[in-house]
Design a binder for this molecule. Structure first.
Ligand SMILES: Cc1cc2nc3c(=O)[nH]c(=O)nc-3n(C[C@H](O)[C@H](O)[C@H](O)COP(=O)(O)OP(=O)(O)OC[C@H]3O[C@@H](n4cnc5c(N)ncnc54)[C@H](O)[C@@H]3O)c2cc1C
Length: 460
């Protein structure tokens, strides 16, 4: 690792806030994965795009790699700095424009926290469509860099679908202003979409123009107990034909037990079910809802269920799904975030269930996910007595089998968390050799010296 001191930054990056404090290096060098020890050489906090450009120029000139850093809630190690990099945190770039009511959009700097955008949209009578459990900490720059999904993709799409414009600084320090809020723009390659989901490997995102939606109508939330996972797809098909769904989530009884223990909640139903589906939908008349509920019971898709009667109850029901990640975090879960076409979910679930029983007989395995868009999270919990490295290498061996099953269904090894460091060795299960080579060519154009997030997404 190259040595670096305050004098260097005072000489070359005057005016940029820099920290070399060991605790700060440790904090900003990791994300939620905690599977690699951090070792950055500095943490830099630019206050504007001009400072971001200066940082890139200096990193390039002095041969330092950069790890762009948002809220560090990432689940694939994308924001981990373990090799003397400069962490560039966007957290001091938090300016947000007035909500533009005429065009239903808002301009934000990259460091604005996702929940702040949701709140600002709400105060103006509009709605920001992306939401997930880490929205209180994640930043819009990180959401764009990972093309974050979350709980309402069914209705509003991914982060990609919210981006009307983007500003970003490439690995040569060039500032790009892409699409500039336009709805129509047929002038060739849309570089905005190349940067969305690029995981900090092509450019540092400095700001965005975000699409906002009309305020949603009142909504019902249903928490339903399912006898087995075979019931989930017929239930989804029936619900999506009967209602205007905004979310259809899935989780196992083991998840409910962890949440109840962690958050001190009572079980949601009188009798535990094997699996649960959580549905959010535009409110419908009670008789219509009860009819559907009875039909679902008669079909054997559900055993029991509750329907929210107020906003507070909706939030209480959502807690069983939204608090899963935090409740299992102390067990250092090994996470798989896979996706297939919705129609292939039952077959994949069947196959993975067998694989899990065969290869993880001693591990606790949890299923949950945004199953309405084909996205499953398979979480394996580390036994307390097992060393982290042993656990990780056992999970990585099983990855080959899990990803081969996903590949057979033409699915994705990373639905929404990104590839980062953790999924990088398996990228070829989802992308052809030709695609990966094209991705490398694109990377060379944006970042000829390979200083932006090296080793993430593409191997070094
Ligand atoms: C409890 C919990 C629940 C979650 N639920 C979901 C979910 O439902 N759906 C979902 O999609 N994700 C989910 N996540 C994952 C995570 O919150 C998202 O990936 C989020 O988008 C990361 O944002 P961040 O600001 O924390 O980014 P970070 O973790 O800081 O960074 C993520 C990646 O983006 C890059 N990056 C960050 N900022 C920039 C920038 N300005 N320019 C260029 N690159 C940048 C980093 O280098 C890294 O590669 C969850 C995480 C947790 C902890």
């Amino acid at each position: 690792m190259k040595s670096i001191d305050n004098q260097f930054f005072q000489t070359h990056l005057q005016g940029v806030d820099v920290s070399l404090d060991s605790q700060i290096l440790d904090t900003y060098g990791r994300d939620w994965t905690h599977l690699r020890e951090p070792a950055p050489s500095a943490v830099l906090f630019p206050r504007d795009t001009d400072q971001v450009q200066q940082i890139v120029h200096q990193a390039r000139e002095h041969g330092f790699a950069i790890v762009p850093s948002g809220g560090r809630t990432g689940l694939s190690g994308g924001a981990v700095a373990a090799d003397g990099e400069w962490v560039v945190s966007l957290e001091k770039m938090r300016t947000m424009g007035e909500v533009n009511i005429t065009e239903s959009c808002v301009d934000v700097e990259a460091g604005v926290v996702t929940a702040t955008i949701q709140q600002a949209a709400g105060h103006s009578g509009l709605f920001y469509g992306v939401d997930f459990a880490s929205a209180g900490s994640s930043q819009i720059g990180g959401n764009i860099a990972t093309n974050a999904g979350g709980i309402r993709v069914l209705r509003y799409g991914l982060t990609r679908d919210q981006i009307l414009g983007l500003t970003a600084v490439t690995g040569t320090g060039e500032l790009l202003a892409l699409n500039q809020g336009l709805i129509k723009n047929a002038t060739g390659y849309d570089l905005r979409h190349l940067l969305i989901g690029s995981e900090g490997t092509l450019a540092i995102i400095t700001g965005a123009t975000l699409k906002l939606w009309p305020k949603p109508p009142l909504r019902d939330v249903l928490l339903l107990g399912l006898p087995d996972h075979q019931a989930v797809m017929p239930l989804f098909a029936s619900a999506s034909h009967s209602f205007k769904l905004s979310a259809f989530e899935f989780f196992s009884q083991a998840c409910v037990e962890h949440v109840c223990t962690h958050a001190g909640l009572q079980p949601p139903l009188d009798q535990p079910a094997s699996y649960y589906a959580l549905l959010e939908l535009d409110q419908v008349d009670e008789p219509l809802m009860l009819d559907w509920f009875e039909q679902a019971m008669d079909s054997g898709w559900i055993e029991d269920g509750v329907i929210s009667q107020s906003h507070e109850q909706s939030q209480q029901l959502w807690a069983y799904r939204e608090r899963i990640s935090e409740s299992i975090a102390p067990r250092k879960p090994y996470k798989n975030d896979i996706a297939v076409r919705v129609g292939s979910v039952p077959a994949l679930l069947e196959q993975l269930d067998e694989l899990v029983k065969q290869h993880y007989p001693d591990f606790e395995v949890l299923w949950y996910g945004h199953i309405g868009d084909g996205n499953l999270h398979l979480n394996v919990l580390k036994p307390d007595t097992m060393a982290l490295d042993t656990f990780k290498s056992q999970c990585e061996q099983v990855n080959e089998l899990v990803f081969a099953a996903v590949q057979n269904h033409l699915g994705s090894i990373s639905a929404e968390h990104g590839v980062g460091l953790l999924k990088q060795p398996w990228l070829n299960f989802s992308r052809s050799a030709a695609e990966i080579e094209l991705m490398r060519c694109i990377k060379r154009q944006f970042d000829p010296d390979g200083i932006l997030n090296p080793g993430k997404l593409l191997s070094g």
